[in-house]
Design a protein around this ligand. Structure first.
Ligand SMILES: [Fe+2]
Ligand SMILES: [Fe+2]
Length: 430
């Protein structure tokens, strides 16, 4: 009996001519040049560079004086954290543990050295004219050289990261060119950039796949061992740095109070700088802590910019606002966990009744812009208090604190109430 699937003889003779036998492998299969092991190593390199980069940006942020660059550092740091998280989610699918040091010590050396720049421009030139462009080249090549379907989850991460990285370059490069035009960039900063460029070339770039040169034998004399800054820098447009915080006009005086309310927002860079201090100083906490802190930091930069936007919309010059930089100096004399407790459980936790009163006052006055700004601020600050509640117990454990969370918080909030709230900031450490 004939098998059911055998075609009749007429059908066999009518079929298309047999396909020629290929002598070589199909071109499409040979195209991708990144196999899964190379993919893992490369994704790990990108994750490492942005993960280290965000911590170093946090270290430098309080020390950078140029206001616009300081803001861009906050945004870049937060965008890096988004990429690190996306890469972490991808990497954990293809390697365990997800976070691993790069296999090439030359790349580790680049990121270890980067922080010891002679000044803010040395650091920023090295980051935005060497590291970021090398990362972009690596991602652009990876995006096309990996398996487009099999590795689509990586392509998705890469294409979205590229959007941010190109945006950073478009915003920061004009600021660096202005610094060049106005003579801010020293020979030391240039020398530092060249040194980092050579270290990076010795690593074959971020990918490790570019042509390598010999590593420089020693660091240049302009290298300055980095220490976490105890003072917050401001550029010379700020003329009022050390004013004491004075009582605000009574809330009943709507117009006068509202001006002061938004002028205070314009000084929230101080909160960003304290989170930066903590983010740089605390090592060995879970990634989620860094991720939340990167957002916390950038939110405070945005709150500061919200103050700038409001003041400019009301024909006021935010650079004339008192900067209260002694608040950063005062907080930075305490251990990072204590600063975190004062910021989240002191300043942020206690601000809500006032903020809600302000929303109501702006609604009654028909001041839509002020109302919207404060409501966005409340949304962010709610998250900051949540971060505090989540991470304070972990930070206490991390710091080896023996007191209970309740006892520790009570003691810290007493210092905060006695010194910060009264304005009698005691600087015990110089
Ligand atoms: Fe804030
Ligand atoms: Fe906050």
């Amino acid at each position: 009996m004939k098998r059911a699937h055998t075609p009749p003889p007429s059908a066999r003779t009518a079929k298309a001519p047999a396909r020629p036998v290929r002598k070589s492998r199909p071109a499409a299969a040979a195209r991708p040049v990144i196999d899964i092991d190379a993919n893992r190593r490369l994704l790990n390199n990108y994750r490492f560079v942005e993960h280290e980069g965000l911590r170093l940006l946090a270290g430098w942020l309080p020390r950078a004086a140029t206001f616009e660059l300081k803001c861009e550092m906050g945004r870049t740091l937060w965008e890096y954290s988004q990429h690190v998280n996306a890469l972490y989610l991808r990497l954990r699918e293809i390697q365990s543990p997800a976070f691993q040091p790069p296999s090439d010590p030359a790349l580790v050396r680049v990121m270890r050295e980067l922080v010891h720049a002679p000044d803010e421009f040395g650091f920023l030139l090295a980051l935005f004219r060497e590291i970021n462009p090398s990362l972009i080249r690596a991602l652009e090549s990876h995006e096309k050289a990996t398996f487009p379907n099999s590795d689509q989850p990586s392509v998705h991460v890469i294409s979205h990261a590229l959007l941010d990285l190109r945006g950073q370059m478009a915003r920061v490069e004009p600021l660096l060119r202005t610094a060049e035009r106005t003579g801010k960039i020293t020979a030391a900063a240039r020398q530092w950039q060249r040194y980092i460029a050579r270290l990076l070339a010795a690593a074959g770039g971020v990918s490790g796949r570019e042509k390598r040169i010999a590593a420089p034998a020693a660091a240049p004399a302009v290298r300055r061992e980095f220490k976490v800054p105890r003072e917050a820098a401001r550029d010379d447009r700020f003329t009022n740095l050390l004013a004491d915080q004075v009582a605000m006009p009574n809330e009943e005086l709507y117009d006068a109070h509202t001006i002061e309310e938004f002028e205070r927002y314009s000084t929230e860079m101080l909160a960003a700088e304290t989170v930066a201090f903590i983010l740089y100083s605390v090592e060995g906490m879970p990634w989620e802590f860094q991720y939340d802190s990167a957002r916390h930091l950038y939110d405070e930069v945005r709150h500061c910019l919200m103050g700038y936007e409001w003041m400019r919309a009301h024909q006021m010059d935010p650079f004339k606002s008192p900067q209260y930089v002694h608040i950063y100096k005062w907080r930075s004399q305490f251990p990072p966990v204590m600063q975190y407790c004062m910021l989240t459980m002191g300043n942020e936790e206690h601000a809500f009744p006032y903020r809600h009163r302000r929303v109501e006052a702006h609604q009654q006055a028909g001041d839509k812009l002020s109302e919207q700004f404060v409501r966005y601020d409340i949304a962010d600050e709610t998250q900051h208090v949540r971060f505090g509640r989540r991470w304070l117990p972990e930070l206490l454990k991390h710091a080896g604190e023996k007191r209970s969370l309740a006892d520790y918080s009570t003691a810290v909030l007493k210092v905060w109430a006695d010194e910060y709230r009264t304005g009698k900031l005691t600087l015990n450490v110089e």
